[in-house]
Ligand binder design. Structure first.
Ligand SMILES: [Zn+2]
Length: 71
């Protein structure tokens, strides 16, 4: 009976991205760059994306802090 569970897990589809999440360029087989839950066409795009994400996060944090102090 345990075999059935194993089979089901094996058949679970693996989602593969076709495009870079940053520049939307088509990803080539084996050449994508996976970091922090995102697929990129290269290290450069990941850096750009992580920099943008960090900036956004910092801004959100700042805003939250200002709101806290404001009241
Ligand atoms: Zn890219």
């Amino acid at each position: 009976m345990a075999e059935e569970t194993k089979e089901a897990a094996k058949k679970a589809p693996v989602e593969k991205p076709t495009n870079c999440v940053k520049c939307n360029k088509r990803l080539q087989k084996k050449r994508w760059y996976y970091r922090n839950g995102g697929y990129y066409c290269g290290k450069r795009c990941w850096k750009l994306a992580s920099q943008a994400a960090a900036k956004k996060e910092a801004e959100a944090k700042k805003e939250a802090e200002t709101k806290k102090k404001g009241s």
